[in-house]
Design a protein around this ligand. Structure first.
Ligand code: F6P
Length: 740
């Protein structure tokens, strides 16, 4: 719309300038020509009058002269006539001639004509309007004996010019209107519509909807482009067929890496395109109003990072809490929207919660009770009965929404995500025993002793045990869970199979170390420039990065302490090494998170004040959410990446960093309290509670020889590539659907 207005305004402005310029010239010519014509006509008239009145003037016959002047006056445009004697005294005037034309101030022209013995003409303004005053001398023999003055109306010249302007401006208005209509029609029919059709054809070609016979119809204007697109679509189709065939062949060869294609093939071959339903609290795309525009924002969430590629590969429906302020504006009447927004591959269904529900279920029970209970980071859980009741109610609400979606689906596969939905597996299974339900717990599971402080532990465990498969990141968390179940509820545990039978239903407990998609090799070829660094005007000699949600479990204060120790111990790095901490605020409804946010800022400021100079500071803290595309170049630019969580189920930042380092350089410093430390053994593993250990690790990383960096990074990359998110999904799906 904006572009259309811009084009129309440009056309209107240019047309107006041309018309105004042209009219300006036209009226100038018109004025000159009308004035010339008036002057000529008046001169001729005056000459003929002069001859007629001369005898009466010479004989001083006032009456005859008067009647002659009155007779002449009746001519069109003629305002009147006057005769002056040689002294400039008015001798006679025509009857209708207004007085002010002949008063003393207005006899210049007559005097000039007599003095110069030559006719004179002037345009002058009177109360009657514009008047052309023409004076011609009267002679006796050779002597000037007076002057005849002819007064002509000249207003019609201005009127004619006004008429021309009005005419041309009216024409301009009509032209502008017609041009605008023409522009709209041309853009719409010749450009906009064909482009939309073309874009749709390209999208279909890209997503492989119409195979290689993608029917691209377009205006002749775009023929050269459509021909190219048709060829490209064919090549894509062939490439896709080849990739799919290769993936199918690789299905049986478990040593080859899992890819999105392979997961798709696996899905088709073994699950026969059964429907997948994901349930999570956090949605993969949040629509927000940002500067008067609606934007789809990807939240900072390890769970979303992991699940999104799986849904893109398998399709299906993802049910989540609609938490964005523009979420309701973007869904259809069934609260659904196709995502990713620029290349839809699956359905997101949003469920709406009231403020009271969010406060009790999400802020209260999930984040003030279960989160600190499961993370060993010395934050005391708060158990409130009213939060628990909301938690139960919201689990029920999600269950109802999901049940209505699977109503007509046979044996649906349901992947429930995280600690927000401990009660959901049982709720679903009770209504739909044929559904195959997996629950993946994205955070640690503490030991039985710790879990026993939860007043609602029995209901939580029974709810979880409704799932057919319960997944954790590590074997340790599985052990803790089994131990907790054994301690808290009546059940039979099969330690060999790692299964629990409760109320006749068997749940398998298995570790599935979650991962990332692993960047394609191509993405790793060219190190992209970091727009984040450029915007900040940062060009550090040595760069360290940390990327975490602002969460007290991430060990940010401990990390900063480690940095302080580092600069104290190795002052030569002052001015050389900059640590960039990206920390988007999280769970701001929770008091503990607000406090933590302030503490992190204060600590960064304190350390900066201690070491900074005019052109450098040790810690750059950015509390903003950046996209994966913005973060990727930062990973590539960094010499070292710090992950210092005090307790973390997995930590996908560590795996993303490794995945981005196609150059096999850079060092990862990783807390021993992350699930990732079990998979990435070639990181420098530290205890983040020890600032000295963190400082030493930073120093070790910065002096690590390139060969050692390569050796370590290569091994870590192998690990992530080998167990990427597609493999995680395949293993989880196989377990849920009893394929293993
Ligand atoms: O990864 C654990 C997790 O709790 C996810 O479930 C969640 O999406 C993420 O952290 C971010 O937290 P939140 O969704 O509460 O912002």
């Amino acid at each position: 719309m904006k572009q259309l207005l811009a084009i129309i305004s440009t056309v209107v402005i240019i047309t107006s300038l041309v018309v105004i310029g042209y009219t300006f010239r036209q009226v100038q010519d018109q004025r000159t020509s009308l004035a010339d014509d008036l002057q000529l006509r008046t001169a001729l008239l005056a000459d003929s009058f002069k001859e007629s009145i001369r005898p009466s003037y010479l004989t001083n016959s006032t009456a005859t002269l008067q009647s002659l002047l009155d007779k002449f006056e009746n001519r069109e445009q003629l305002l009147g006539l006057a005769v002056y004697d040689s002294k400039g005294v008015l001798f006679a005037t025509s009857a209708e001639l207004p007085n002010d034309l002949t008063n003393n101030n207005n006899i210049d022209t007559a005097e000039k004509a007599m003095a110069g013995d030559d006719a004179q003409g002037d345009f002058a303004k009177f109360t009657e309007g514009n008047v052309y005053v023409f004076a011609t001398p009267l002679h006796q023999d050779e002597n000037v004996i007076g002057a005849l003055v002819v007064y002509q109306h000249a207003d019609y010249i201005d009127a004619a010019i006004r008429h021309t302007w009005n005419n041309n401006l009216l024409k301009l208005l009509i032209q502008a209107l017609l041009f605008s209509i023409a522009v709209v029609l041309i853009l719409r029919w010749i450009i906009y519509r064909p482009i939309i059709r073309l874009a749709e054809a390209i999208r279909q070609a890209r997503t492989g909807k119409y195979g290689h016979k993608s029917p691209i119809q377009s205006h002749a204007f775009f023929k050269p482009i459509t021909a190219e697109i048709a060829k490209m679509s064919q090549s894509l189709f062939l490439a896709r067929t080849a990739a799919s065939e290769e993936a199918r062949m690789r299905l049986e060869k478990l040593d080859s890496p899992w890819t999105a294609e392979r997961l798709k093939e696996f899905f088709k071959a073994y699950l026969k395109d059964r429907k997948i339903f994901v349930v999570s609290n956090r949605e993969p795309y949040i629509h927000k109003k940002i500067k008067n525009e609606i934007q789809a924002v990807v939240p900072p969430s390890g769970m979303v990072t992991a699940l999104e590629p799986v849904m893109e590969a398998c399709g299906g429906l993802w049910l989540a809490h609609g938490s964005g302020d523009a979420d309701r504006l973007t869904v259809d009447k069934n609260d659904k929207i196709q995502v990713p927004p620029d290349d839809p591959k699956y359905t997101l269904k949003r469920l709406w919660l009231t403020d009271k529900e969010v406060k009790g279920y999400y802020v209260g029970f999930a984040n003030e009770a279960l989160w600190p209970l499961c993370h060993l980071s010395h934050t005391r859980p708060i158990f409130r009965k009213e939060d628990w009741l909301e938690y139960r109610k919201v689990n029920g609400k999600f269950a109802q929404s999901l049940l209505s979606e699977i109503k007509d689906v046979q044996r649906p596969i349901i992947l429930i995500q995280d600690y927000h939905f401990a009660l959901l597996p049982e709720m679903i299974k009770n209504s739909r025993p044929d559904a195959e339900v997996g629950l993946f717990w994205h955070i640690p599971w503490p030991n039985a002793e710790i879990f026993s402080i939860c007043p609602f532990r029995k209901e939580i465990l029974e709810g979880i045990l409704g799932a057919d498969v319960i997944g954790f990141h590590t074997q340790q968390f599985c052990n803790n869970f089994l131990e907790t179940v054994g301690k808290e509820i009546e059940s039979v545990a099969d330690l060999e199979k790692f299964a629990v039978t409760h109320k006749g239903h068997v749940s398998n407990i298995k570790p599935f170390p979650i991962s990332v998609a692993f960047a394609a090799e191509d993405d790793n070829d060219i190190p992209p420039k970091s727009s984040v660094l450029e915007t900040l005007g940062l060009n550090p000699k040595i760069l360290g990065v940390g990327i975490d949600r602002l969460d007290y479990t991430k060990g940010l204060l401990e990390r900063f302490k480690g940095l302080e120790f580092f600069f104290d111990s190795y002052p030569a790095y002052k001015g050389q090494f900059t640590f960039l901490q990206i920390a988007p605020p999280s769970r701001e409804g929770v008091e503990k998170y607000r406090q933590f946010n302030a503490e992190v800022t204060k600590e960064a400021e304190r350390i900066n004040q201690k070491f900074e100079n005019n052109s450098w500071k040790p810690i750059v803290l950015l509390k903003e959410n950046y996209t994966h595309e913005e973060i990727y170049p930062l990973y590539r630019a960094a010499n070292v990446c710090l992950v210092t969580s005090l307790s973390d189920g997995m930590n996908l930042v560590a795996k993303e960093f490794v995945s981005a380092r196609g150059d096999e350089s850079g060092v990862l410093i990783l807390s021993q309290f992350t699930g990732a430390a079990r998979d990435l053994k070639d990181a420098i593993v530290i205890n983040p509670y020890s600032a000295e250990e963190t400082a030493e690790a930073i120093y070790r990383a910065l002096v690590m020889p390139a060969a050692e960096q390569h050796r370590r990074m290569k091994k870590m990359r192998e690990a992530v590539k080998n167990y990427n998110i597609y493999r995680w999904a395949a293993e989880f799906l196989k377990a849920i659907t009893s394929l293993v």
